[in-house]
Structures are given as structure tokens and as C-alpha cells.
Design a protein around this ligand. Structure first.
Ligand code: CP
Ligand code: NVA
Length: 314
């Protein structure tokens, strides 16, 4: 599999085989790191990390993943560069593309990350936009593989804001990989119909079933219950409205019991607001899995950089 030179902007651009390859590579890099073995595949590579929004996991994963492979990461926060204020995205992209070998972008607009890729001429990786969070899905799927085995045929239910970046990306990834995917949310927070239709097309190929519902009974038989904050970054003014809409969809002991299964796991991309989308007791019960998932951000992000930019023979 050769992904050299490719950007990673949304999972829509990646085939199931390519996604599987990234998961396999991440598992291999993780096993090596556990034995104290890191690589040199990014030796001599300079990597820009642009963050318009804050981050713990994604920033640390890109930084450590890059350094583990011999590269140099450079953090560029929103107050540090001219991007979008004094200088157009196109011009910043052309400057950074002359200096850096790869660019990570976290921010608001998906259009910005796409422009960066178009104009910089180097691989660009989406570290989260309002629409998508594709690197997170790789960590989620690696964690599912570790805890539950093969992805195909597993049932994943996302309870919460069904039109946020996580719901969108989980739906795309699940539809591609044959994971049965349910969004459990009030109708006001259902995903865009056009994205659901696209995912149903992917699902025809993979055998996945996509369900969008407001009925709590939909969690029956779930292998994974997934949740995320009720207000994403940039939506802080919507807090009261979201609490009112989403309170019935909180992941609590009662909702977990409705799965009717013992082996169901909880996943959460983090950070978590305990008492809102998940209760503290349920979170603690599944904390080991959730923090495996957080750790897997690093191994999977490293795999994306190595596959698209690295020299695997180094
Ligand atoms: N899950 C995730 O993207 O976390 P950060 O916002 O801390 O990067
Ligand atoms: N939906 C959340 C994800 C955080 C990783 C947000 O965008 O804030």
C-alpha cells in the first residue's frame, strides 16, 4: 500500500483497504514502541502544527509521533501566525509548503484545511474541523479491534449531538468498514441528509447498516456506546439549549443496561463533561478502555504521518 504524498482531510477520501492498512501500521508502531523501538522514518522532515482551537490529545500525538520518528514538529497557535487574519489561507499555505514537509491543521472550517492541502503542495492532516475529526476515528477503530476483535459486523451507537464532527466521521468510517452504525439523538440534532445518503452508498459495499433514530431502544445489542460533548468547541453559547435537548440521551447506567449485553464498551473521544453526556460512574467503569483510546490517538496519528510522509526503509 502506498499512501505517500496523500493528505488526510476526511475519511471519504480513503478506501476500506487504506483505512485497514493505517490501522495495521498503527498496531505495528504501537507494538514496537512498547518494546522501546522507535524509528527514523520522518528524519529530516519539518512538520507544522496549526491550532486555531485548543487540544491536548491531538497536539501531543502529532508532537510525540513526529519526534519518535526523528522529525521536527513546530507548534503554530492561533495568535502566532497570520493565517486568516492578515494573510489569506492560500498565501499562508504557499509559504508553509516551501518550508515544511507536512502540515497538521485544527480549526473551524473544513474549507481551510482543504485549501491548505490544495495550495501548500505537501501532505495536510485534519486534526479536527467543525465538520470532521478523521484521525480520531482511527484511534477508535484500533481500540475496538483491541477490545472486541474484527470491526465488521460490530454495532456502534453514538448517543448525543448527532450532527457534530464526531458523529459525521464515525458514520463515514463505520459505513466504509462494515460497522453497523446508529445515531441516537433528538431530530433537531440529526446529521445532514446528504451525508447520510452518501454513507448509505458506502454501506451498500461494506454490508453496514446506518440507522438514525431518537428511540433509546436502539442501543439494544450494541457492542460500543460512543458519546461526545454536547457543545463542541465554538458552540459554548448553545449550552442551555443542548442540555435541554440531550438530557434524555445521557450515557448512564440505565442506558448501558438497555444494551442487554455484558461485553459492551464505552468510547469517548475526550475531553468529557461528566454529568452531561456521561455519568461519572459509567465513565469510571470503562476508564481503561477510554484511556486506551486516548493513547491510541498517538499510535494512529504517527501511522498517518509515517504512511503519507515517512520513509519506511529508514
Ligand atoms: N479527542 C481529541 O481530539 O482531544 P483534544 O481536543 O484534546 O485534541
Ligand atoms: N465534538 C468535539 C470533539 C472534541 C475532540 C469538539 O469539536 O469540540
Amino acid at each position: 500500500m502506498n499512501l505517500k504524498g496523500r493528505s488526510f482531510l476526511t475519511l471519504k477520501d480513503y478506501s476500506p483497504e487504506e483505512i485497514s492498512y493505517l490501522l495495521d501500521l498503527a498496531a505495528e508502531l504501537k507494538a514496537k514502541k512498547k518494546q522501546g523501538i522507535t524509528g527514523n522514518s520522518l528524519k529530516g522532515k519539518n512538520i507544522a502544527l496549526i491550532f486555531e482551537k485548543p487540544s491536548t490529545r491531538t497536539r501531543c500525538s502529532f508532537t510525540i509521533g513526529c519526534i519518535d520518528e526523528g522529525g521536527h514538529p513546530e507548534y503554530l497557535g492561533k495568535e502566532d501566525i497570520q493565517l486568516g487574519h492578515k494573510e489569506s489561507v492560500e498565501d499562508t499555505a504557499r509559504v508553509l509548503g516551501r518550508m515544511f514537509d507536512g502540515i497538521e491543521f485544527r480549526g473551524f472550517s473544513q474549507e481551510t484545511v482543504e485549501k491548505l492541502a490544495k495550495y501548500s503542495g505537501v501532505p495536510v492532516w485534519n486534526g479536527l474541523t467543525d465538520l470532521y475529526h478523521p484521525t480520531q476515528i482511527l484511534a477508535d477503530f484500533l481500540t475496538m479491534r483491541e477490545h472486541l476483535g474484527a470491526l465488521k459486523g460490530k454495532k456502534l451507537v453514538f448517543a448525543g449531538d448527532g450532527r457534530n464532527n464526531m458523529a459525521n466521521s464515525l458514520m463515514i468510517g463505520s459505513a466504509k468498514m462494515g460497522v453497523h452504525f446508529t445515531i441516537l439523538a433528538p431530530e433537531e440534532l440529526w446529521p445532514q441528509e446528504s451525508l447520510v445518503a452518501l454513507c448509505r452508498e458506502y454501506a451498500k459495499e461494506s454490508g453496514s447498516e446506518i440507522t438514525i433514530t431518537k428511540e433509546l431502544d436502539a442501543v439494544k445489542g450494541a457492542d460500543v456506546i460512543y458519546t461526545d460533548v454536547w457543545c463542541s468547541m465554538g458552540e459554548e453559547d448553545k449550552a442551555a439549549e443542548r442540555v435541554a435537548l440531550l438530557r434524555p440521551y445521557q450515557v448512564n447506567a440505565e442506558l448501558m443496561a438497555r444494551t442487554g449485553k455484558d461485553g459492551t464498551i464505552l468510547l469517548h473521544c475526550l475531553p468529557a463533561v461528566k454529568g452531561n453526556e456521561v455519568t461519572a460512574d459509567v465513565f469510571e467503569k470503562y476508564a481503561d478502555v477510554v484511556f486506551d483510546e486516548a493513547e491510541n490517538r498517538m499510535h494512529t496519528i504517527k501511522a498517518v504521518m509515517v504512511a503519507t510522509l515517512g520513509n519506511l526503509d529508514a
